[in-house]
Design a protein. Structure first.
Length: 362
């Protein structure tokens, strides 16, 4: 399946245009609050700029799978609704970076670090780190609020928006609860493969692909059986997507990921990759990996831990799992096309998106 009419760069530009327009409206509403509100809006614009726009794309093509590619006012409404998923994503990233004490995001200072640096440079009173944390919490909350607002005001009929809103409500509950699962796992300092997969599923997989597909399909009038079919495609693909992200967090090239080398190891993330390594590595190497997670690491120490993971077979095992999950997703997609009559063009693009989500290097 292919679709030469799919223009990923043009799609991303359209989503960015909707986000820029929405933020300009918010800036006008908050102008009376003065320069501090302007600084918050400036950071909001920065964190919603760029990115792969996978969530928006899966929302758009989830709609198209059910109802065909829209045009006219429906196309504009769908762009706005799809852009709402990117506001949700930006909110999660701002909060996630704070919880993980990350220094960078997409090659620039993470939100809490940027505001912390401003506080310190201006010589203000109080703790710069606390100020940065407060700013990140508030900006993440604001982006989460705006995501709901943009979806509600996207332009679809109220009944369709309400159906999509039900999915969106569930999506937000899942990702926030998944974040807390992740925080708790890191605090306990232990996660077996099953626990790590649960965190992965609810913190990322569902809100990255499955729920965006559902939001788009709900806007198209899909019934519950159609949403269930879409889960057969979206959930395993979302899991494969996050497993790839975890691999990049350890083995990715900083020049393409925008994150420091071995960042997940420095942050102590108990991912599926790490859980497999701890279970399979020789006892001495497993102890070394376990003790080093979450501490300051030199480049040589990161290479050492990568070697432990590699020798344990965890990297190869996760690669096989990504391949298996991707295969499950494509089987479900083809069944949706052949048995449920999903739109041919949409299925072709969804297949391309599946490859992009799981075979990426950044």
């Amino acid at each position: 399946m292919t679709d030469e009419g799919w223009d990923p760069a043009g799609f991303r530009a359209g989503i960015q245009s909707e986000l820029d327009h929405f933020l300009s409206l918010q800036a006008a509403r908050l102008a009376a609050l003065g320069p501090d509100a302007e600084r918050l809006l400036t950071e909001a614009a920065a964190v919603v700029s760029g990115g792969k726009r996978f969530r928006a794309a899966f929302c758009h093509w989830g709609f198209a799978a059910v109802a065909g590619v829209p045009d006219g006012e429906d196309a504009r409404a769908l762009r706005r609704a799809s852009a709402a998923l990117e506001l949700l994503h930006a909110s999660a990233l701002v909060h996630d970076d704070l919880m993980d004490a990350s220094d960078t995001r997409r090659g620039r200072p993470a939100t809490h670090r940027g505001f912390e640096a401003e506080h310190r440079a201006d010589g203000w009173r109080g703790d710069p780190e606390q100020y940065g944390a407060a700013a990140a919490i508030l900006l993440g909350d604001l982006l989460l609020t705006w995501a709901d607002e943009l979806l509600r005001r996207s332009g679809f009929r109220p009944a369709r928006t309400a159906s999509a809103g039900d999915v969106f409500d569930l999506c937000r509950s899942e990702v926030i609860a998944g974040q807390f699962l992740d925080v708790s796992v890191q605090a306990r300092g232990h996660a077996d493969v099953e626990a790590a997969m649960t965190v992965l599923r609810y913190k990322s997989a569902k809100y990255s692909i499955e729920r965006p597909l559902h939001v788009g399909a709900a806007l198209a009038g899909a019934d519950l059986s159609t949403l269930d079919r879409l889960t057969g495609f979206g959930l395993p693909l979302g899991e494969a997507f996050q497993l790839r992200d975890d691999m990049l967090g350890v083995f990715g090239d900083p020049a393409t990921t925008g994150k420091p080398a071995g960042d997940d190891l420095v942050e102590g993330k108990r991912t599926v990759l790490v859980a497999h390594a701890l279970a399979a590595a020789p006892a001495a190497e497993a102890r070394r990996l376990d003790a080093a997670l979450g501490g300051p690491l030199t480049a040589d120490e990161i290479d050492e831990l990568r070697g432990i993971i590699e020798r344990s077979g965890a990297r190869q095992r996760v690669e096989r799992t990504i391949e298996e999950l991707s295969g499950q997703a494509l089987t479900a997609l083809h069944a949706g096309r052949d048995e449920a009559g999903w739109d041919e063009r949409a299925c072709g693009v969804l297949e391309q998106l599946a490859a992009a989500a799981t075979q990426r290097t950044y």
